[in-house]
Design a protein around this ligand. Structure first.
Ligand code: URA
Length: 243
């Protein structure tokens, strides 16, 4: 397929980069005839020339600066945009004017590395099971898992939504009444690490995400956030394309 001229961008990409929707969500908006370019209804594959006015449902789409943030999420905060129980939200910890959303989710009781962005396209690709982006957790479990339990966690555990894919599991430390594990999974099922550990008899008492794809939490303070560095963003894009 020939490249489009540099001064134009494909309509679904334009909408995704503007934070309107993921690229797939943008495709749906276009297919429903809800998007116009300079007054003409957009088609799948339409190109947006530089300076064009794009509307969705009649409202102009503002071209936003893309923002990519890493937050060290504190325990007790929810990653949803609203919470019926009134718990604090991670987005309240973010001080940017752009409307960023979390990439995937972490349980309220899980702390650690959370990405937030207004790049709906990248967020969608990172979450896609096809790319199997690795997520690493440090888990404190109750009890001391033996080699059989560690093998089960590594090979796959039967949960009510199916068997988990192979994981990397390391015993970091044994302490009185518990153990510290490092668990790396490629899936992103709801409460997956907690359910895996509970399924083999070692419930999680504390859970922290320490890495997401090529990115690590490092020394980022709890409750603080920073912009990704250019090389981190590049590595993340590579991970999101299956690299
Ligand atoms: N696994 C969990 O159990 N919880 C999370 O927040 C993330 C992964």
């Amino acid at each position: 397929m020939a490249d489009s001229p540099a001064s134009t961008v494909r309509l679904n990409k334009f909408l995704a980069q503007s934070g309107v929707a993921s690229r797939r969500g943008a495709d749906a908006l276009i297919a429903e005839g809800r998007v116009t370019i300079d007054g003409v209804v957009g088609q799948p594959g339409s190109q947006v020339p530089a300076g064009a006015t794009v509307t969705v449902d009649g409202s102009p789409v503002a071209v936003e600066r893309m923002v990519y943030l890493m937050l060290n999420k504190p325990v007790g905060y929810v990653t949803t945009m609203s919470d019926p129980e009134g718990r604090p939200k991670v987005v309240d910890l973010i001080d940017v004017v752009e409307r960023v959303v979390p990439v995937g989710r972490l349980d309220a009781m899980t702390s650690g590395l959370l990405l937030l962005t207004n790049d709906g396209d990248l967020a969608h690709r990172l979450g896609h099971p096809r790319h199997g982006v690795k997520k690493t957790y440090r888990a404190i479990v109750r009890g001391l898992p033996g080699s059989a339990a560690l093998r089960k966690l590594t090979q796959g555990v039967y949960l009510d939504d199916g068997r988990t894919q192979p994981a990397d599991v390391k015993m970091l430390a044994a302490r009185s009444g518990g153990a510290e594990l490092e668990i790396t999974i490629k899936e992103g099922r709801n409460r997956q690490v907690r359910r895996m550990c509970a399924a083999v008899g070692y419930p999680v008492m504390e859970l922290e995400r320490i890495a997401y794809g090529p990115l690590t939490l490092g020394r980022l303070g709890i409750g603080t956030c920073r912009a990704l560095k250019p090389h981190e963003l590049e590595a993340l894009r590579t991970a999101a394309s299956g690299g």
